[in-house]
Design a protein around this ligand. Sequence first.
Ligand code: 13P
Ligand code: SF4
Length: 349
Amino acid sequence: MKAGFDHTEVIENIRARKDALGKELIILTHHYQRKEIVDLGDFVGDSFELSRKAASDSACRHIVFCGVHFMAESAAILAKPRQIVQIPNEHAGCWMASMADSVIVESAWNQISDVMGKERLVPVVYMNSDADLKAFCGTHGGTVCTSSNAQKAVRWAFEVGDKILFFPDQHLGRNVGHDLGLKADEMIVWSPDKPLGGNTPEAVRAAKMILWDGYCLVHTRFSVEQIEKMRSEFPGARIIVHPECTREVVAASDACGSTSYIVKYVQEAPAGSTIVIGTEINLINRLSLQYPEKKIMDLNNSLCPNMFKINLGNLLWILENLGDVNVVTVPDDIKADAKLALDRMLSLA
Ligand code: 13P
Ligand code: SF4
């Protein structure tokens, strides 16, 4: 919120709209939202918890999703047919989600299939992706995953198949592959602008995981040097990072997990703990206000400008135009196939 700007009236109007709508409305907020948005929401969570909430809340008619577009789209896929999902700012996209689309993923799929033998290739798509990529996974026997269940999803994919195409976040894929015991050379990177993703046919045949060359600009800003600096300044500190960080950063940290894992870690740490966090700054700032008896610091100030596009003004505007503006819809054919892959993820959890 800008200093010196009085939002009291906007907040009162939002609360009045909420009171008038009662159970007809639910406001879902992601952990990276500004504090004032989370305070006005009915539920805060990581991307997995928000999708589960959208799938299970059947009482409401209106779901207002304060997060980025792919999250609202997943809520629209999982919601009941009578429910309407709206996002306060339709330009709240995700850079990583735009690093893959169905044309280039399909081309990768065909190129990989052409050089493979009889083995079965399974697609695993990160939640941070457009609906048509989730649909691709639905029709090709794959699943969606989030940062909190990616290990389960990859383990499942290795039970039903032999090789995984993981997209779009190479870092989450690599971190999970590492935790499941894969060696670095069993995971190759697929660069979509190069023939065979920049690999030889032998390398593609030998790989267990093929990782799309995508990444999050917010989480790849953290470095091992920053961790070393924090360790020397605060020797007793615990360092926890999100799995969208690079393998080197995760290896240098003390713990790694989804946004909800980070929240729980801070919650459960004893009073007096010093915790340095490598994730989006709005979550870290909220945690440090929430737990004044613990010293909570950011590894580096890194803000997601997409999450930040949701504010009090556009939240009120949505509530004043319920059902009419920024309605998030997915074409029926894509919806059915994407739901297959999302339901598979929910059943794995
Ligand atoms: P979570 O799955 O932890 O909510 O993360 C989503 C995200 O976009 C992180 O950048
Ligand atoms: Fe996308 Fe990164 Fe923002 Fe998450 S933090 S929504 S991955 S740009």
